[in-house]
Design a protein around this ligand. Sequence first.
Ligand code: NAP
Length: 444
Amino acid sequence: MSSAVEAARTEEARQGGPPLPPLVLAGCGTVGGALLGLIREGRGSDDLVRSILVRDPARERPEPLPDPDGGRVVTRPSELPVEGGRVVVEALGGIRPALGLARRTLAGGGTFITANKSLVAEHGTELEALAAKSGGRLAFEAAVGGGMPVVRLLRDLPDAARVRRIEGILNGTSNYLLDELHAGRSWSEALQSARALGYAEADPSRDVDGRDAADKIRLLAWVAFGVPPAHVRVTRRGILPDPEALVAEARALGGVVRLLARVDPPDGAGICRARVEPCLVPRDSPWADVRGADNRARVSTARAGTLSVSGPGAGGQATALSLLTDLGDEALRRAGGSGGLARPVFPVRTIVAPDPDSSRAEGHPAERWHLSLEGKIPGHPEIEVRPRLERILARADIRLVDVDRDSGRLRTVLETRHAPRVDLVGERLRALALEPRLLRLAER
Ligand SMILES: NC(=O)c1ccc[n+]([C@@H]2O[C@H](COP(=O)([O-])OP(=O)(O)OC[C@H]3O[C@@H](n4cnc5c(N)ncnc54)[C@H](OP(=O)(O)O)[C@@H]3O)[C@@H](O)[C@H]2O)c1
């Protein structure tokens, strides 16, 4: 046996699979740097990484760049050699220049592995069409849930399992912030510590207003139901404008606030609806057990019961491990390997047919929302809110289960099978200058 073949076999045995393919790395910050570290740890060298794109090669970083003067490090996206069927790992973030790199890679029949949820949520269908045409491949395990293998779970479920609902805590930053508030910290203290720990960026608005979780639930709908991410209709309420008040409400009710995202299969009209909203969960529920920046996803199926995964929703190492998993798939594919792992992520499923049982709102049991609001119309202390609320609810055909008047506030429980009606009630109340606090009562 030649020494080259022997070396390859040793490598294969050590990694539990064929050796990783040579790759080009776009971005070497928190995630890209952690991937470089893992590759160095596994191989003892980074010679597999043929070229690296960064903005500032002189910047000090925990994982030093290889050979900064040796030509492997480039600073202009156009200098990154991504054509010709290469494997490109993207850990830049944002749409540009990542989109241009993805197009060039996939048009050339290459493999584009990314941690970038915004890129895939906005341009996934275009990129997948490019890949399908050229024989390239798009993979994004790292884009949802950091180190939590939820894309893989959904991808590997046979259609026959019939996914009925996917629900999850998909944003680690907001989960961490909510946890801190529950522990008695103020919003500014919580933000400060989230930034210090690297859980929140300087501007965390995409995390706290629910856009980040919305991007991720779109991706999960794509993988599970074949619905293009841009076609998923997401109703989104983050934890703003007053997270401290939401936590105080939850505490008064003996529960915990969690920002939950969920999506159902396309309904009878072919519309796939998702929601991102703050929910009230019991203290002893698995959702409340998701602490700090962790994530959890629950997949309810008609035939395979309920499956759950949880794990670190962010962090360089955990996310880099997901990139490594996609790289391992690529290695198997290139080696002509067999088995589920070698199955390409795409082409994605064809859009699942509406499920007659789950496509009607009646397919799910009625749900409850806790609604708390001022007892009087602001600026009009003589006008009671309750009769107006009752009229609004009657018009929306929503049942008022319980009302409690406490220190000037109205605390109510609403029940309906039609979540969008609750959103409408919220809008009508806001039009009266009220600030309703709405918490869906989540299932355990
Ligand atoms: N951090 C996490 O926990 C996490 C978790 C899941 C997914 N993700 C996703 O992973 C991706 C990367 O996140 P990150 O936290 O690693 O970001 P980061 O630490 O800011 O790193 C970004 C890297 O990209 C380089 N870069 C950015 N724009 C560039 C440009 N125009 N030209 C050349 N280089 C450029 C930066 O260069 P310099 O090093 O020179 O600045 C840096 O190396 C994002 O899509 C993010 O959403 C991150």
